[in-house]
Write a protein that binds this ligand. Structure first.
Ligand SMILES: C[S@@+](CC[C@H](N)C(=O)[O-])C[C@H]1O[C@@H](n2cnc3c(N)ncnc32)[C@H](O)[C@@H]1O
Length: 306
């Protein structure tokens, strides 16, 4: 049984890179168990405050309790981070000192059998971060046709055996639980690859159910709009698909020229909106990975609004 709801990853590095103005408003776009938000609160002074978002109502309830001691210095919004701009606008917040995205699921969500994220136990297939969401993993697995299912497993899981696995899923439908799905994948791929394939298929379904990549793309754009001059945007990602989106987005925001499509037309000079602070992503130390295996795949990238 895990004692903490979630162990925050790269906490020192996140705080060092995120906070430059201790009297400003900060946004934790993915509050989870509130570990990073607590660190931010501790570094701020009045009138500095933190506005915490999460798509998961349970996470919001937990973080509210965990951060009770900070009183009015912290606020909570149960919403998808694609709604950052409209939610901050309704709170009359114009620009902010920094925004943190710590992507993916929390350890609590993975451990909680009712959430259906994990293949380590047998749970009803669900995987919704927001339980008000209409589509579950069960719906995706049982209502998607074979070519689309294979495509989804390939695109969001980079799973080489996607076609074979999709065929086996279709033949075994209806698929109701994570345990059932795990067995189907095991039967479709070579034994030595099965754990990796299972993890990739589960990742693909989770991304599809929660529309994770599209939401990230949308939210990053509004996040840069919301930063005050010198404000920072920090993103912690945990797999290559997320990291590629962040890296590409930061590259575009920091570019000083757009390459011409024609060799006789010169490149166009442009004024970048941001400056890249992490040429290479920051990763966790061996000690941290030892303490918290989740930190192993974490990549932290940061830009500053100019
Ligand atoms: C890795 S956990 C965050 C952990 C947190 N930093 C901490 O210190 O405890 C990710 C959280 O982001 C939330 N989340 C994921 N995608 C989201 C989205 N599009 N909008 C809002 N919250 C999201 C999940 O529900 C989860 O609680």
């Amino acid at each position: 049984m895990r004692l903490r709801y979630h162990e925050p990853v790269l906490i020192t590095e996140v705080l060092e890179h995120l906070i430059t103005d201790t009297g400003a408003v900060y946004v934790d776009a993915t509050v989870g168990g509130g570990g990073h938000a607590e660190g931010i609160c501790r570094r701020l002074r009045t009138p500095g405050r933190v506005i915490c978002f999460d798509a998961d109502e349970e996470a919001i309830a937990h973080a509210r309790k965990h951060l009770e001691q900070f009183g009015g210095q912290v606020e909570f919004v149960h919403a998808n981070f694609t709604q950052l701009k409209s939610e901050l606008c309704s709170k009359r917040v114009g620009t902010v000192g920094g925004i943190l995205f710590d992507l993916g699921v929390s350890s609590h969500q993975l451990d909680e059998p009712a959430r259906g994220f994990s293949f380590r136990s047998d749970e009803p297939l669900d995987m919704r971060m927001d339980r008000q969401g209409r589509k579950t993993a069960r719906d995706v697995v049982n209502n998607t046709d074979e070519p689309m299912l294979a495509d989804l497993l390939w695109r969001y899981g980079e799973e080489r055996g996607s076609r074979r696995i999709a065929k086996s899923i279709i033949a075994a439908r209806p698929v109701e639980t994570t345990g059932q799905l795990k067995k189907i994948i095991e039967s479709a791929v070579a034994r030595k690859h099965s754990i990796k394939s299972i993890a990739r298929v589960f990742q693909a379904l989770r991304i599809e159910v929660n529309d994770e990549l599209r939401n990230l793309d949308t939210a990053l754009l509004s996040a840069v709009d919301l930063l005050q001059k010198g404000g920072r945007l920090a993103v912690l990602s945990y797999h290559s698909l997320e990291d590629r989106i962040v890296k590409e987005f930061f590259r575009r925001e920091c570019a000083t020229r757009v390459r011409s499509a024609h060799k006789y037309v010169p490149d166009k000079e442009i004024a970048p909106r941001a400056r890249l602070l992490t040429k290479k992503p920051i990763t966790a130390s061996e000690e941290e990975v030892e303490r918290n295996s989740r930190a192993r795949s974490a990549k932290l990238r940061v830009v500053e609004r100019i």
